[in-house]
Design a protein around this ligand. Structure first.
Ligand SMILES: NC(=O)c1ccc[n+]([C@@H]2O[C@H](COP(=O)([O-])OP(=O)(O)OC[C@H]3O[C@@H](n4cnc5c(N)ncnc54)[C@H](OP(=O)(O)O)[C@@H]3O)[C@@H](O)[C@H]2O)c1
Length: 316
């Protein structure tokens, strides 16, 4: 297989390229090289996608293309240069307009022109919708994968990694919301392996690329076992209390990762992995992901802040 990865210097696209090299495929990563290095064994084709495509791109004969772009102009230019390959476009569940439901519709309105994502994070989903259409209409054949939260080795966001690190540390652990709240993550290595399988099979269609929906209580238990702390001391703190305390949901400084306002986000982490599993996706146990994620960066509330919130909860 001759694979063109549009990206290849960080997280998912790098994992796709690395696994393809390990399969013995001929791999070219087209990108600037600003986010990191391409995996050993892959060829780096320097390209800033804000500029015209280099002749090596349109002159090449690629069996498949994997693209992770966020800007419509980047996808438009790349599809025009390489229309004859089988494309796998990595989109996102942020294309869905209704987070209360796991349904695969309705979509947010497409945003056809580039918007600076730093100034307008909400434009991410709309631009991905436009990118999906550009691939579907311009490539010889294509598949769209819409991942939910991607986790595992190489994740620089520090979101999921909070939990393996926190549970490995032990002591009283602040657990957000209720143990029954449903959450969903996918290991970057499983997603990458499946993307390569569907490249080889020339699978077409639109799929959610998600792991199994799990109760948060079960996920934390499996993470704890995976990192060798099988009996965590969890204190479940009601969402309303966390909000009163100014704790941030989901991600970032001061947040409790994976905690989301309910029921507004009930659908966001309960998408159906069934069609992807039928199309060959294989999922490793979450405990394995947790173990392999230990030591990665963490961005979340600090231990001191967690202790403060736990103390306030016990004296409420
Ligand atoms: N992380 C999640 O939880 C999550 C969830 C849902 C969906 N997704 C999607 O999953 C994919 C993740 O991709 P990823 O992990 O590979 O990281 P990424 O940050 O989305 O992609 C970065 C890649 O794009 C390249 N790139 C960026 N700007 C470029 C430019 N102007 N010209 C050429 N190349 C450029 C980068 O290379 P250089 O900077 O080296 O040029 C890098 O290799 C994305 O499609 C994302 O939307 C992620």
């Amino acid at each position: 297989m001759k694979l063109l990865v549009l990206g290849g210097t960080r997280f998912l696209s790098r994992e796709v390229a690395a696994q393809a090299v390990a399969r013995g495929w001929e791999v070219t990563c087209a990108c600037r090289g600003e986010s990191g290095s391409v995996p050993e064994g892959a060829t780096h084709l320097r390209w800033d996608r804000g500029e015209e495509a280099p002749p090596e791109l349109s002159g090449g004969t690629w069996d498949a293309v994997v693209d992770v772009a966020r800007l419509p102009s980047h996808v438009r230019r790349a599809v025009a240069a390489v229309p004859d390959a089988h494309w796998v476009f990595v989109s996102t569940i942020n294309v869905y307009a209704d987070n209360t439901s796991p349904a695969m519709e309705p979509l947010v309105d497409p945003i056809e022109e580039d918007v600076d994502p730093t100034g307008s994070p909400d434009a991410y989903g709309g631009m991905k919708v436009a990118c999906e259409s550009l691939v579907a209409s311009g490539a010889a054949s294509s598949m769209v994968v819409r991942p939910g939260l991607i986790v595992g080795p190489g994740d620089t966001t520090g979101r999921f990694t909070y939990w393996p690190e926190r549970l490995a540390r032990g002591g009283e652990v602040l657990a957000p919301g209720t143990p029954d709240d449903v959450v969903q993550v996918i290991d970057v290595r499983d997603l990458a392996a499946w993307i390569l399988d569907v490249c080889a099979a020339r699978t077409t269609g639109v799929f959610d690329g998600v792991g199994r929906p799990m109760a948060l209580g079960d996920l934390l238990a499996e993470v704890a076992t995976g990192v060798g702390s099988p009996a965590p001391l969890l204190t479940w703190v009601e969402s309303a209390f966390l909000e009163e305390q100014g704790v941030q949901p989901w991600a970032g400084e001061g947040s409790v990762p994976l905690w989301l306002p309910r029921p507004d986000h009930d659908g966001m982490m309960s998408h159906d992995p069934g069609p992807a599993l039928d199309a060959g996706l294989r999922l490793r146990p979450i405990g394995d992901t947790a173990r392999d994620t230990l030591g990665g960066p963490v961005v979340a509330l600090t231990p001191e802040r967690e202790a403060e919130v736990l103390a306030a909860w016990s004296f409420r």
